[in-house]
Design a protein around this ligand. Structure first.
Ligand SMILES: [Zn+2]
Length: 287
C-alpha cells in the first residue's frame, strides 16, 4: 500500500522504533526491499536519489514500477516512495510523478532561502497528501557528487525549519554518507537531545545509517530518531554476494549466465541486510 510517510513515522516516534529508508537502484532492489517488508510485517520507505531516478529512466518510470510491484506482489504493509536529497525541481518532478514523499535538501542555501523554498514545497505537498522532509546542517560524506562535511545542526535552526510545517527533519549530528572513517568521533547525542527538546514529537531522520554501531542506533532512536536511511550497506552486500558467485565460477556452470541466476545471490543478500536493519530499528510487526 503506497502511503505518505507521515503516519508511519508518527507511530514510530510514539512506539520508540525507527522505519528504515532503503534506497533503490533497479527492479531487483525494489523487489527485495518490498518482499522483506511484507514478510516481516514492517512499514518501509523506498528512497530514490536524483541520480538513481535518472538511472532508472526518470521518476515516472520509478513511480510506475513501484506502484505496479506493490499491486502484483500483494504488498499490504505501508510503503512510502520518497525522493532522497531532492532539489526544488526534483521535488516538483516527483510530486507530479506520483511519489508519496519527498525530501527537500535546502541545507546548502542561506537559511532565509531554505525557509522560503521549504514553505512553498510544504504547501504543495500537503495539498496533495505527500509528506516532506527537510534538512538542517549538511550531512557529511558524498551523495550524488555533493560532498558535505558532517556539520552539527544548530537546534534553533532546526526549530525554525520544523515550524514551517515539514513532516520530519534530518538534522546533522556528525553522521555522514558512505563508509565511516577510522577516526570518526561518533554521533553527537548532546546535540540530538538539544534538538529534540526544541522540536518535540516531530520525527527526526538519521542519514548515513551504514556503519553506525548498533548501540548508537538504539540510543538515537531513544532520543527521537524515527527514520534511518540505509544505502551503502545494501550496495556492499549486493557486491559481495555477486563477487562470490562469479569467483566460484557459478556463472560458467550450466545456465549460470542467466541474469535471473546471476543476480539472485545479490538479491538474497539485500533481503538479508534489510531484515537485519528492520530488527535493529524495531520496525518488525509494526505495519
Ligand atoms: Zn542522506
Amino acid at each position: 500500500m503506497l502511503v505518505s510517510a507521515t503516519e508511519m513515522l508518527k507511530k514510530a516516534v510514539a512506539g520508540k522504533y525507527a522505519v528504515g529508508q532503503f534506497n533503490i537502484n533497479n527492479l531487483e532492489w525494489t523487489k527485495a526491499i518490498l518482499q522483506t517488508a511484507q514478510e516481516n510485517n514492517s512499514p518501509v520507505i523506498l528512497g530514490v536519489s536524483e541520480g538513481a531516478g535518472k538511472y532508472m529512466c526518470g521518476f515516472k518510470t520509478v513511480s510506475a514500477m513501484v506502484k505496479a510491484m506493490i499491486e502484483e506482489l500483494n504488498i499490504t504493509v505501508p510503503v512510502a516512495l520518497h525522493l532522497d536529497h531532492g532539489t526544488y525541481d526534483g521535488c516538483m518532478k516527483c510530486i507530479e510523478a506520483g511519489f508519496s514523499s519527498v525530501m527537500f535538501d535546502g541545507s546548502h542555501f542561506p537559511i532565509e532561502e531554505n525557509k522560503a523554498k521549504t514553505t512553498e514545497l510544504v504547501n504543495i505537498c500537503h495539498s496533495k497528501g505527500i509528506s516532506i522532509e527537510a534538512e538542517v546542517g549538511a550531512i557529511g560524506g558524498e551523495e550524488d557528487g555533493v560532498i558535505g562535511s558532517g556539520e552539527i545542526a544548530d537546534p534553533n535552526e532546526c526549530k525554525t525549519i520544523a515550524d514551517l510545517g515539514v513532516d520530519f527533519l534530518a538534522a546533522g549530528i556528525g553522521n555522514i554518507h558512505g563508509k565511516y572513517p577510522e577516526n570518526w568521533k561518533g554521533l553527537d547525542f548532546d546535540a540530538l537531545a538539544a534538538i529534540k527538546t526544541l522540536i518535540g514529537d516531530l520525527p527526526l531522520v538519521l542519514h548515513g545509517g551504514t556503519g553506525i554501531p548498533a548501540d548508537m542506533i538504539k540510543k538515537a532512536i531513544s532520543l527521537g530518531v524515527a527514520k534511518i536511511n540505509v544505502n551503502t550497506e545494501c550496495q556492499l552486500y549486493f557486491q559481495a554476494a555477486t563477487r562470490k558467485y562469479i569467483e566460484e565460477g557459478k556463472d560458467l556452470q550450466g545456465k549460470g549466465f542467466d541474469p535471473r541466476k546471476l543476480l539472485a545471490p545479490g538479491f538474497e543478500a539485500i533481503k538479508e541486510i534489510v531484515k537485519e536493519k528492520m530488527e535493529l530499528f524495531g520496525s518488525i510487526n509494526k505495519a
